[in-house]
Write a protein that binds this ligand. Sequence first.
Ligand code: COA
Length: 209
Amino acid sequence: MGEPMEKFFDGRQILADFITSYYTDFESDLTFVAEINKQVVGYLTGCRSQKRQRMIFMNKIIPPVCLKFLFKGLIFKSKTRKFCLNCFKSVLKGEFNHPDFSRDYPASFHINIDYKFRSLGIGGELIKNYLECLHQKRIRGVHVTTISQKAKEFFRKMGFTVLYYRKISYLDHKNLFFIILGKKLQGNNTPSANADTPFRKRGMTDLTG
Ligand SMILES: CC(C)(COP(=O)(O)OP(=O)(O)OC[C@H]1O[C@@H](n2cnc3c(N)ncnc32)[C@H](O)[C@@H]1OP(=O)(O)O)[C@@H](O)C(=O)NCCC(=O)NCCS
């Protein structure tokens, strides 16, 4: 929800590896960063096919991350232990069983902008560049998951529609929803990455893919 992970998890590096290693190590041509004065202020890590991403994630990313998690003794840290326990309960409740949208919306991504640089057009510009790449590669659709209502509105603004949502309980928030949004690409008017966006107009930064 755009808050630092330390609110619920103690191992910053491990969670970062868990979320981003597939994208940076196996599909880096679809990772974009936004820089201001050579400082990275936002990123989008994407993939062409979530099916392929899931397979590699299970076989190559999860095992070393789990080993690191155990060796670093993170399970003994109170916040992490509570989070893991909540996740386990959610697994039993079926909260992680979501419909699979990868046939019509095969691509997927994560996006994050440093909180000091939000609402400047950077997220929109990263998405436009990513969608342009997917369009060139003739990918037929893309989906994204979020638990943030603000991000949901942002994605809707970028042309995504809500495909699915359900209540979740693994974070300490009432009324939290897991939301999947999707956007069809082929035959659509995908926003052009070269359009003169507010972010570009402000002339603040470069995007590096
Ligand atoms: C969500 C996020 C990626 C948006 O990036 P951003 O750089 O702040 O958004 P932008 O400034 O590019 O906004 C693009 C458009 O969406 C609109 N928008 C952004 N947030 C919105 C909101 N909460 N409600 C309605 N519209 C919104 C903007 O008004 C803008 O529209 P415009 O082009 O007509 O002015 C960023 O705020 C973020 O990283 N949040 C925390 C992490 C997160 O939630 N990630 C997504 C989960 S996967």
